[in-house]
Write a protein of this length. Sequence first.
Length: 99
Amino acid sequence: MPAKKQCTQATFDSDFYGRTPEELREEFKNSVEDYLTWCAEEGTKPEKTWVGKLTIRVDEDLRRRLAVVAAASGASVNAWITALLDRETKRMLQEDRSR
């Protein structure tokens, strides 16, 4: 299955195959090099993969309130915060577009 990589609004498609793990690693390395070359030619910065981890510092009172509200909604604190951030960022972006 082709790997898709984003560079701003353009898309770079890449296929790589191998019969052994070593061949796959080498083909993957070549694909990354091709992607970086393509981005340089397009004049865009390559996107970096984000692992999806976000660390925030909250005081003990907020942590307790988050736990209570999340539990009351039947979700984990992580799931509750993720839903909140998803909803609010969409709302704010929608407000920006309507201005």
